[in-house]
Design a protein around this ligand. Sequence first.
Ligand code: ARG
Length: 500
Amino acid sequence: MAQLWGGRFTKETDKLVYNFNASISFDQKFYEQDIRGSKAHVAMLARQGILTAEEKDQIEAGLDGILADVRSGKLEITSEYEDIHSFVEANLIDRIGDAGKKLHTGRSRNDQVALDMKLYVRDEIDETDELVKKLLEALQKIMEENVHTYMPGFTHLQKAQPVTLAHHVGAYFEMFVRDRSRLADIRKRMNTCPLGAGALAGTTYPLDREYTAQLLGFDGPTRNSMDSVSDRDYVIELLSAFSTIMMHMSRFCEEIIMWNSNEYRFVEIDDAYSTGSSIMPQKKNPDIAELVRGKTGRVYGALTSILTTMKGIPLAYNKDMQEDKELTFDAIDTVKGCLALFTGMISTMQFNKQNMEASAKNGFTNATDAADYLVNHGVPFRDAHGIVGRLVLTCIDKGISLDELPLEEYKAISPVFENDIYEAISMKTCVEKRMTIGAPGPDVMEKVIAENKKYLEENIALKKSKEDIPVTGMAVLQQQYTLAEAIEEWIASLKKEINS
Ligand code: ARG
C-alpha cells in the first residue's frame, strides 16, 4: 500500500478500506494526461522561480522516462499505489530522488484529478468527433449513390409517401452533424484549466495559472478555485451528447434490423457484420445493430448515474466525485466502439433497391399525389382527399394499386381524371416533383449532397494531432477498456473465419 499521506495516522489503513478507496484500477487510464499535466506544472514552477532549472530538468526527464516505460510495458501500473497520481510521484522519487519530492509543490490531487479528467475528456471528444466524421462520410457515400433509389417513407410505421434512400439517410446525416456541433460546443465550454486551484482555495505560491493553461492548450485558467475542483459539468454534458449519439445510432439500427428482416428485405447486412444461430442453420442475425441499440441503455445509465452522484455534493471536492471515472470511461469506449462498428456495418451493407422500390409502389404511397392532381385541376383539397380515399378503398377491394386502376374507375368517382393521372402518380413524378427545400426530389437532394461535401471538407475533425486514429471497429476495440470482451473475441473469430 503506497500512499501519499500517512503522517497524521497512527494505524495502517484497513486492507478493505484501502481497496474500496483506491482508484488506480481505473484512473491509470489517464497516465499520459497526468504526466502531461505534471510537466506543465513543473515548467511553470521553474519559470516562477519556485523550482530551479536543474530540478525542473530532472523532474521532466524522470516523467518522460516513466511515460516511455509505461507505454512500452516496461513499467507496470500496479494496485500497490492508491491512484495514478501516487504511482507517478512515487516512481519519480524512486528515479530521481529528492527533486521528485518537489513535484507536488503548490498542487493538490483535487486540482490534479480535475485537470487529468478534463484533458482526458478533451482528447476523447476529439477522437469521437473523428469517428462521427467518418460515419458522416459513409452516410454521404450512400446518399451520393442513391438519389434515385425510391423507397417508402413511413409515419406510424405505415407507408406514407415515397422518398429516396438518399433522403432517408440524409436525415441521419443531419443528426450526426448536430452531434458533432454538440461535441464542439462542449469542448469550447470546458476548455479552461483547473490546475492551480489547489485543494479548493488556490495557493500562496506565486503560480502562473495563465502559463500552465496555455501550455496545456486551454483558453485560460478557470475563474473560481472551488468550482475548479468540484465541476464535472463537462462530464455530464459529454455523457448527454454521447447519449444523443447513441440514440441516433440506435434509431438507425432499429430500422436496419427491420430492413434486414425476412419481411422487408431492404438490406443485406454483410456476412462479416452478422452472426449465425447455434441451432437454426438458416439464420443470419443483425447482432451488431442489436448490440449498438442495446448499448444505448448503458450510456444513458452513465448519464443518469453521474447526474445522481453530483446532485447532493456540497462544495468543494468530495470523494463521491471519484465515481465519475469508470462510467465515463466505459461510455467513451462504448460510444467509440459502436461508432466504428456501426460505420463498418453500414459501409458494407447491400441495399436491395428493387425491393425498396417495389415496396414503395404498393401501399398507396402515391395517394397524396393523386389528391394533388385533383387540386391542380381546381378541386378543393378536402374534396380531393375524400375522392382519393374512395379510390383507395376500390383498389383495396380489387387487390390492386392506384397505378393499376383503369381510367373508367377513376372517372366513375371523379370526371376530372384524365389519362395523365398515371404519369402524375408514377413513383418518378411523386419523388421528383418534391422540390421544396429539404424534400427528396433529386435536384434538391443533389444540392444537399454538394453542401454536405463542402461541410465534410471544411469541418475538419477536432482532433489536431497528426497521428491517424484507427478507423476500423477492430482497431478501436483493441484500445478498449471495458467494451464487452465478447464482441472483441467474436470479431476476432469472425476475422479468422473470413481469412481461412
Ligand atoms: N482518486 C481521486 C479522484 O478520482 C483523486 C483525488 C483525490 N483527492 C482527495 N482529496 N482524496 O477523485
